[in-house]
Ligand binder design. Structure first.
Ligand SMILES: [Zn+2]
Length: 258
């Protein structure tokens, strides 16, 4: 049995005076300040952890490692996260939403190439950020296969890893990802991965705004994941009951009222 590795999920990072690409509570919940991100990466580095790309992590090296992933393809991937990762000798995978490339606040195609030239791994996070569990096979091909080809064309390199918008997926989505030539598909299920994990059902843990260093340490070591899985099954049941659209509205309402 090889190492068990937590795959961390980050999003846009917040810089003083710089507007985020979205401002609703459901989005901001996933946004860390540059300072929190830096302190987490430094903590990893100082405590003997390695930060890996998804491709590296899937070889499950021995020793303390986390996979570091970013979703959505925001501009802060390059201008904020990349320098911090490089300073600490860490790799990462940036899952990019193909249809967002070049929009305000997101990476341009030139910036995406720059990220790739820094030796970071580029993955795909769909075409339009649609939830995959609601889609027809034709739409799934566009969101999964066409999106990956678009990104590969821009960076001049194959795209081997896919992450699901909103963590939503279906058996058909997994089949389409396999048929499109991907090597893995990442969900948002709060579990660490190991050689026993199906690479098309990778667990990933969102690092939320306000995560303190103690909590972060428990995420990386895997200790915090059992409680997260319990909350996740409650959310999953609510989503099944309400459907995606209504669930998001209700959840947004609850977050606003907090
Ligand atoms: Zn996303």
């Amino acid at each position: 049995m090889g190492a068990s590795i937590t795959f961390l999920m980050y999003h846009e990072l917040e810089l003083p005076g710089r507007p985020l690409v979205q401002s609703d509570a459901g989005y901001v919940r996933y946004i860390l300040s540059l300072e929190s991100f830096k302190s987490q990466i430094r903590w990893l580095q100082q405590n003997g952890w390695r930060g890996l790309s998804v491709g590296e992590a899937l070889r499950y090296p021995e020793g303390k490692s986390v996979a570091i992933t970013f979703d959505d393809g925001c501009e802060t991937d390059l201008i904020v996260a990349a320098p911090v990762l490089k300073e600490n000798g860490f790799n990462a995978t940036f899952y990019v939403t193909a249809g967002f490339i070049g929009k305000a606040g997101y990476l341009s195609s030139a910036q995406l190439r720059e990220l790739r030239a820094l030796d970071f791994e580029i993955g795909c996070h769909s075409m339009t950020h649609a939830y995959l569990d609601d889609l027809s096979p034709a739409d799934l091909r566009r969101e999964i296969s066409d999106a990956g080809k678009n990104i590969a064309g821009m960076i001049g390199h194959g795209v081997e890893h896919f992450s699901c918008p909103g963590g939503r997926y279906s058996a058909t989505a997994i089949e389409v990802a396999k048929a499109s030539g991907y090597q893995s598909l990442a969900t948002s299920r709060a579990r660490a991965n190991s050689t026993a994990t199906n690479p098309f059902l990778l667990g990933r843990v969102a690092v939320l705004r306000g995560t303190e260093n103690a909590g972060f340490e428990r995420i990386c070591s895997g200790e915090a994941l059992a409680k997260m899985r319990w909350m996740e099954s409650a959310r999953g049941a609510a989503r099944k009951l309400l459907g995606n659209a209504l669930y998001d509205r209700v959840r947004g309402q609850i977050l606003r009222e907090r």
